[in-house]
Structure formats: C-alpha cells, structure tokens
Ligand binder design. Structure first.
Ligand SMILES: Nc1nc2c(c(=O)[nH]1)N[C@H]1C(S)=C(S)[C@@H](COP(=O)(O)O)O[C@H]1N2
Ligand SMILES: [Mo]
Length: 240
C-alpha cells in the first residue's frame, strides 16, 4: 500500500469525526465482535490506518499547550475504578510487544535515560471535571520505535497493574504529545496518579489515560476487549 497517497491525517480525522459520529459506532461495537461490525469499523477507521514511518515522517499537528501559571494543582481528581495497585518500582518492567520485530522490556532507569518531554495540557474526565496539568515523561512514539512495529500495526493495547485496560488507534499512540509520564506538576508522579508510568495526552478523554501501565501491545486487530469503560459502551476513539 502506498501510504504517501493518503490524505493529511489531521484533516481526515476531523472529517471522520464530523461525518461518521463515532459515538454511534461505539454503541454498535459495545461488547459484540461479529465479523460484520469489525469490517464496518475497519472501513471507517481506514484513514487512521497510517503506518509508523508515515506518521513519524509527517508529524501530526501539536495541540496548543498552557503556560506554567495556568496549572491547576488541586483540580486533578484521583479517579480509580478499583484501588491503587502495589508496584515494586525496582523490579518494575514496561513491556512493549505484539506485532513487532523487537519486543522490549525496560526498567524505569532505562526509561528515564531516554529524552524527557514536558507538556502542560488539559485533562478532561467524562464525569464533568477538567484540570490543567504538567506532565513529564517519554514520548510513546520513541518506545514504539525501539520495538520496531510491523507495517500492518493499527492499534496499541495498554494493560495496567490494577486490571484496567484500554486500546488506542496507532495515529493517536504515535502523536508527539502522547507520553508515558513519570512526573506531574514538576514532581515525581504520585502513586495514586499512576506511578511509575501512566499515559498522558491532550488528544483523548481521561478514561483513555491509563495509569500504572505495564504492557503496550501493538497489533493489527482490535479484539472484543477494547477497554474497561469502552466495553461498557463508552466511546472507543474518545478524542478531544
Ligand atoms: N489503571 C487505571 N487507569 C485509569 C483509571 C483507572 O481506574 N485505572 N481511571 C481513568 C479515568 S476515568 C481518569 S479521569 C483518569 C484520572 O487520572 P487521575 O486519577 O490521575 O486524576 O485516569 C484514568 N486512568
Ligand atoms: Mo475519567
């Protein structure tokens, strides 16, 4: 497939959101993975199906960020569906696997030796609150690059230590402001906010921002399990 002929991702995603009404699609999706529905979703998400190289070579438009004095340190409400898991940060390993040439397992030391990216963005929870937060961490695209995904990869699955899980489209996964964060508001990430590593990105709703991420699995297929909230009818794409 010639990816260079694909239309501009940014425009296409907007158009898609306008034209197709993702919420009704996710309703259709709710818990049922019949081939027919998978085909439908496959067709509709096709313009998002850009491969790793095309996304890296043609960086996506960054979302404007906030300034330091706009940070709202009290506004981020801890929102955990079960309870905070116990993680031994010394023994902790982040695994990146799936349809990749080079599956990897990294310690927090390995990750902190990679370039740090900082951003000040708004976190938006569907429960009706939002908070401007500074996050520091590693760009997910850097970690995915180390694992060398195969060209047919379209999704990333995120598994968390508390049993939470979610899945993202590959374009959002590789967005330059999608981080695995280990700092919050200039300090080490608190355990309740997802330490040692949590997703942080200005392009998706709060329930897509998995805390305590232990495994990122790159794949060409979405399974019946798309996310803890997603499988209960919440929108899968959940873009901001
Ligand atoms: N592992 C895990 N990640 C999670 C959740 C969770 O319960 N478990 N809750 C999600 C929801 S709904 C929101 S709004 C944010 C809240 O992040 P915070 O607790 O750091 O404010 O985490 C998201 N990530
Ligand atoms: Mo949320």
């Amino acid at each position: 497939m010639n990816f260079s002929q694909k239309p501009n991702l940014h425009i296409t995603r907007r158009k898609l959101l306008q034209l197709s009404g993702f919420s009704s699609i996710s309703l259709l999706l709710g818990g049922c993975g019949t081939p027919l529905l998978e085909d439908l979703v496959g067709t509709l998400s096709e313009p998002l199906n850009q491969n790793f190289q095309s996304l890296i070579l043609k960086p996506q438009t960054p979302v404007p960020e906030f300034s330091f004095n706009e940070i709202e340190p009290e506004a981020l409400i801890v929102n955990t569906y079960r309870s905070t898991p116990v993680i031994n940060q010394e023994k902790f390993r982040l695994i990146i696997d799936g349809e990749v040439e080079n599956p990897i397992s990294l310690s927090m030391e390995d990750i902190k030796n990679l370039p740090l990216t900082s951003m000040i963005i708004r976190h938006v929870c569907v429960e009706g609150w939002a908070a401007i937060v500074q996050w520091g961490g590693i760009r997910l695209q850097e970690l995915v690059a180390l694992a060398q995904p195969k060209s047919n990869v379209k999704y990333a699955y995120f598994k968390s230590a508390d049993g939470y899980y979610s899945s993202w489209d590959i374009a959002s996964t590789l967005h330059p402001q999608t981080l695995l964060a280990y700092q919050k508001n200039g300090e080490p990430l608190p355990i309740d906010n997802g330490a040692p590593l949590r997703l942080a990105s200005p392009i998706k709703l709060g329930y897509k921002q998995s805390k305590w991420v232990t495994r990122v699995t790159l794949t060409s297929h979405l399974s019946r399990f798309q996310g803890y909230w997603e499988d209960q009818g919440y929108e899968w794409f959940a873009g901001l």
